[in-house]
Ligand binder design. Structure first.
Ligand SMILES: [Zn+2]
Length: 63
């Protein structure tokens, strides 16, 4: 319940990254921030975390 998804395909990048990260909101924001830093060369900054948090999607539960 209430899991969130960060889908790298939704984010602008030159690498064509297709990673998706799902989990609780804080977990996804932390993991996606680390991924953005290590893979996409972003800084671990509050703006990056806020931006990621705003762009999370709700996981669609399979019934
Ligand atoms: Zn990526």
């Amino acid at each position: 319940m209430g899991r969130k998804i960060a889908d790298c395909q939704d984010f602008p990048s030159e690498s064509g990254c297709t990673l998706t990260i799902s989990g609780e909101e804080d977990e996804v924001v932390n993991a996606a921030t680390q991924h953005a830093v290590s893979v996409h060369g972003h800084e671990d900054a509050a703006e990056v975390r806020d931006w990621l948090r705003e762009n999370l999607k709700d996981e669609v539960a399979s019934i």
